[in-house]
Design a protein around this ligand. Structure first.
Ligand SMILES: Cc1cc2nc3c(=O)[nH]c(=O)nc-3n(C[C@H](O)[C@H](O)[C@H](O)COP(=O)(O)O)c2cc1C
Length: 237
């Protein structure tokens, strides 16, 4: 296995607390941003800006923003869940229901959870991370002839993966936090960080050094499950 392949396979979501006192160095941050800079983007539009947040006070202010869980999230999240390791290994896609509080994965309680749960401060998502990369894009500048700006969104994903692989190669853990983009949370974060109105938060990378193991059961389809040879339906190559 070559070095790139090894880093691709070892990259994983780090859904554990990070050590707030172990900073990500400026040198490493610059390497991660440089990797983002060299990502492929539609028409080379480089359609993103990144707000690097590593000031303790700013992190605390963001951490005090509260978010609510929506019923739509709970119901659509449920579709991707397996409820045993055996089920997940068989399905080869999705994630384990055990990652979420029991009430979140009980369809009969979802409406009530969404209605009754107290809003959660983002500090529970930041979990000690000493550095957030908040990736934003300009909603007015879509990639040429790209319906719904699909090509623009793909480009944002390319930047994400380049930065993630670089972080991995530097021994820095990363978790994507999508919830920072959703309104009204995204709006409040934009205000805190003085992000112009026309820009939208695409995703947030939570960076740092974990306080415990990040390992968990990760599954993928086999190549023969998704690759088709010369004609769709002729599986494998
Ligand atoms: C666009 C996008 C949004 C994601 N949002 C979240 C998120 O909000 N929270 C989270 O823990 N992981 C998030 N992830 C990570 C995926 O859940 C994760 O990559 C997937 O389950 C595979 O696991 P792995 O990263 O450990 O290989 C996101 C990934 C992508 C590409």
């Amino acid at each position: 296995m070559n070095e790139v392949h090894r880093i691709i396979q070892e990259r994983q979501s780090a859904r554990v607390p990070f050590d707030p006192n172990q900073k990500v160095s400026k040198e490493h941050l610059l390497q991660i941003l440089d990797a983002g800079r060299w990502a492929p983007t539609a028409h080379n539009m480089q359609n993103f800006d990144v707000v690097v947040v590593d000031d303790k006070e700013v992190l605390e202010i963001i951490g005090n923003v509260k978010s609510r869980i929506s019923e739509v999230f709970l119901r659509e999240n449920y579709e991707q869940l397996s409820f045993s390791k055996e089920e997940l290994l068989k399905k080869k896609t999705g994630i384990l229901g055990a990652m979420f509080p029991p009430a979140w994965v009980d369809p009969s309680k979802m409406a009530e959870v969404a209605r009754e749960s107290a809003p959660m401060p983002l500090t529970q998502s930041i979990r000690g991370s000493p550095c957030l990369l908040i990736v934003v894009y300009d909603t007015r500048k879509r990639a040429p002839a790209s319906e719904g700006d699909v090509l623009g969104f793909m480009s944002l994903g390319c930047a994400m993966e380049n930065m993630w692989l670089m972080a991995q190669s530097l021994g820095i853990s990363l978790q994507i936090l999508s919830s920072f983009a959703a309104s009204p949370v995204g709006k409040q974060i934009k205000q805190i960080l003085c992000i112009p109105e026309a820009l939208k938060i695409a995703y947030t990378c939570r960076l740092g050094y974990p306080t415990g193991s990040t390992r968990y059961l990760r599954v993928r389809r086999d190549i023969a499950d998704f690759a088709h040879h010369n004609k769709f339906g002729t599986k494998g190559i």
